[in-house]
Write a protein that binds this ligand. Sequence first.
Ligand code: HAM
Length: 422
Amino acid sequence: MKFSAPKGMQDILPPDIYIWQNVEEVARELFHKYGFQEIRVPIVESTDIFIRSIGETTDIVEKEMYTFTDKGGRSITLRPEGTAPVVRCYVEHNLYNLPSPQKFFYTGAMFRYERPQKGRFRQFYQIGAEAFGVSQPSLDAEIIVMLKNLLEKIGIAGLNFELNSIGCDKCRPDYKNALLKFFKSKLAIYCPDCQRRYRTNPLRILDCKVPGCVELRKGAPYVKDYLCNDCREHFNELIFSLKELKIPYTLNPNLVRGLDYYTRTTFEVTSEHLGAQKAVAAGGRYDRLVEEFGGPPTPAMGFAIGMERLATLLKEKSEQKIPSPKVFIATLGRDAEMEGFKIAESIRSSGCWIEPNYGGASLKSQMRKADRIGAEFVLIIGDNELKAGKVQWKNLKNSQQGEVEIKDIASIIQKLSDYIPK
Ligand code: HAM
């Protein structure tokens, strides 16, 4: 019987994993400079946390959550995203008592029971960042700049930053009413999902990808015309900062996002190279959520990057370097093998990837193996070498070879490494 990974879930293997590790390393280093500290939250939370934050009538909560009852009868959900758990953590640990802003980042698996397709998985990974305690649009700008810097640092440029403001509790009701009025006359010819959205969250109709609905919504009222003074000022200042910082962006009045917790700024970073699932990262403000979770009123803003989509872009962009061992130690006989292990240990401490021989094979087949695994350098130890206290070495890239005393190996590591093309 042969098993395969669950539908919509995948294994991340070498060499792809090196792309992921590099992104995570660069992100850690960069986020740190902006004051974002790593936190780890559980992979499951009480189901209510997601219902209360993402919204009862969203696709995620209605159709996509992996929810189960645990042995204690509690309803538990595999996290479909990271913002709600981070807010729960922020409030639970009274982190609002610490000096503002508090900034956090996280990496990890998220789960959504979606229809799998290119760039859309049921288990996927995000790197997310969330900042608490600043209402000024300078935070929005800083977070967007940080994301742009990260993408550039890992080698992705030319992505599209789409931007919108969806207002606040004060002005959004007026906008919703305007939309309801606009959609009402033709409601019967919208897709069934949009007919449902009309009742539950009419803003989401703006986000529908069904061609008929896209056509029908032409001429729908723009949210920017309904923003209250505070929201308009916030948005204008953000745009001003982005211009000052020379961050290109496009305004997308239909960017309403599929999660209900957003207020004011919403944004998405998209690529034309990804097909239908073109958002590499997305985020926005959620100024009400901390309060909703029982904390004091605390403005907040964040984003999350989809790792699979990012990895796809990086893979398309450049040929992947597949790491291989620097040194293979070929040994003949048990004593030589033991000596080989000792030598391997001393060389590893210099930071090289060393592969020893695990016994049995002829020298010829060991040399073939060294070549196949891409080793750059072979050390050869046999009975004669052991007696003489020496090791033969061969550089497989340029065929240089020679002999060195075993006792000198550690001290000449650096010299040996000189023969190893970096
Ligand atoms: P989101 O737009 O649902 O936002 O997801 C963020 C990113 O995760 C997407 O842009 C996409 O790259 C990736 N993603 C989402 N679903 C999938 C999937 N099924 N398969 C592969 N990749 C996927 C959030 O999750 C918010 N928590 C972002 C945020 C943080 N807002 C404020 N702070």
